[in-house]
Design a protein around this ligand. Structure first.
Ligand code: SAM
Length: 261
């Protein structure tokens, strides 16, 4: 699936890594060999793997996505990073079963029906070699709220865009990923864990996180809210002023992981 909203789901790499505090959970990185085979599913632009390659220059990095639209040109990729097409709703290729040390998924929620998650986790866990790990990050953006940061901050336009989004798509984004922990257990993974980090954990990043979230809200409103560009533009400008006045967004990022026995 490729739509403007999902392409703009909050995922500024630097801010995300700083807020969560790690790229790969320490329980996993402690066991990951330098020559690890790492698959990033629903990879989008491949940005996760581009970041991982700095810490794991000897790793084999395979990114896949249902859509190749966001892939950078193959010639621009390092030799150890390859991108290909893979739909998580289809059985994984038999040649890849049992071959990865880490299977990573992040922010696929907009692309999956809430009823599909359990079978998708089962399907993707087949990619893991014994001892390999799955790490999956989703955020509860369907619950995101715009808060007042300063005494005189304004918030109403940012909240209006947030409300439009929640009423339009929030329900879908609220479900499916919330059973990931149980889905990993049901898929036979062990040492399953769940970390939760608030988007405002580091106060200095609040503005950047809020601006990044606003890109996603505005992209959705432009494409799906039914509002005309003329109706939307003044609200978008007022929301920018809200952010400048200290209004900031809050949501949680959930990190789930488990190991193949
Ligand atoms: C918000 S982007 C996240 C991209 C990347 N994981 C990141 O964090 O930068 C969601 C991605 O999920 C992909 N996607 C949606 N449904 C999918 C499916 N059934 N199989 C594989 N990828 C899918 C979309 O094409 C899109 O690239």
């Amino acid at each position: 699936m490729s739509d403007t909203y999902s392409e703009n789901m909050p995922r500024n790499e630097t801010e995300a890594k700083r807020n969560i505090g790690y790229l790969i959970h320490p329980a996993i990185s402690a066991t990951l060999p330098a020559t690890a085979r790492i698959a990033d599913i629903a990879t989008g632009t491949g940005v996760f793997l581009q970041t991982v390659k700095t810490a794991y220059p000897q790793a084999t990095l395979h990114g896949s996505d249902i859509s190749t639209a966001l892939f950078p040109p193959a010639a621009s990729l390092p030799p150890n990073l390859q991108l290909s097409r893979l739909d998580v709703l289809e059985p994984v290729p038999p040649s890849l079963v049992g071959t990865y040390d880490l299977v990573h998924v992040r922010l696929i929620v907009a692309g999956l029906h809430p009823s599909s998650w359990s079978s998708v986790v089962q399907n993707l866990s087949r990619l893991l070699r014994p001892g390999g790990a799955m790490q999956w990050e989703e955020c509860n953006f369907g619950h995101a709220l715009h808060l007042r940061g300063g005494e005189t901050s304004t918030v109403s336009a940012a909240r209006q865009l947030g409300t439009l989004f929640r009423e339009g798509v929030g329900e879908k984004l609220r479900h499916g990923w919330d059973s990931l922990e149980q889905d990993m257990v049901d898929a036979g993974l062990v040492h399953v864990g769940h970390d939760i980090v608030s988007s405002d954990r580091i106060p200095e990043t609040r503005k950047a996180v809020t601006k990044n979230g606003m890109i996603a809200l505005v992209a959705w409103a432009r494409n799906r809210s039914g509002m005309s560009p003329e109706e939307l533009q003044p609200i978008v400008e007022a929301a920018d002023r809200d952010i400048e006045s200290g209004c900031y967004i809050r949501y949680d990022t959930h990190v789930f992981w488990g190991f193949k026995p």
